[in-house]
Design a protein around this ligand. Structure first.
Ligand code: RP5
Length: 198
């Protein structure tokens, strides 16, 4: 049996009229996580990846969380991006109940700036993997890009979009214009004079 998967040139959505079944699920422990997790959804939508998003709290909705995890594979999800803050047990608890890859996003918490969320997500004991990303917006964006990269191995159109995304990012970085330090210093002095003379 060959394990090599061939890339399909088919569009990610089944047809233009039908609503495509989600390939990526984005879940979060609370509505308060949405400000962070919306960045993952925005990127998935930008790339045209069918996705769904909802609150599935591990400790406030444990039964719903278990059903979500257990049905993920038969519903056709290829990845679950799970964001949580504080004790942040959601990604691990979902991963424990499905073999669909779980990508964990540590949400910035009020007390420890998200360091608590990061450690909770990243320190999974051996046997149940959770891919862990950076704290906050960067993590949400990178989790989406990671899921996109996985799907791009199967869909040529998506691979092309990802390549062009990388290309434009490279172009923007290489075209960065930096203001000379002397000019910045002059600006700061002018601002100070303005403040002192007020
Ligand atoms: C976690 O607790 C959530 O993921 C959220 O980041 C954190 C705080 O939740 P709320 O008290 O804002 O609902 O379960």
């Amino acid at each position: 049996m060959s394990s090599k998967k061939t890339k399909s040139s088919k569009s990610l959505s089944a047809s233009k009229t039908a609503i495509a079944a989600p390939l990526v699920g984005v879940v979060m422990g609370s509505r308060s996580d949405w400000e962070t997790m919306r960045h993952a959804v925005a990127l998935l939508e930008e790339f045209g990846v069918p996705c769904e998003y909802r609150v599935v709290s591990a400790h406030r909705m444990p039964d719903a969380m278990a059903i979500y995890a257990k049905e993920a594979e038969e519903r056709g999800l290829h990845a679950i991006i799970a964001g949580a803050g504080g004790a942040a047990h959601l990604p691990g608890m979902i991963a424990a109940q499905t073999t669909v890859p779980v990508l964990g996003v540590p949400v910035k918490s009020g007390t420890m700036e998200g360091f608590d969320s990061l450690l909770s997500i990243v320190q999974m004991p051996a046997g149940i993997p959770v891919a862990s990303f950076a704290i906050g917006e960067a993590g949400a964006k990178n989790a989406a890009l990671f899921a996109i990269a996985q799907l791009a191995l199967l869909h040529e159109g998506l691979a092309a979009k990802l390549a062009s995304f990388r290309k434009s990012q490279t172009k923007a970085a290489s075209e960065s214009i930096l203001e000379p330090p002397r000019k910045l210093h002059a600006k700061r002095c002018a601002a100070n004079i303005l403040v002192f003379s007020m």
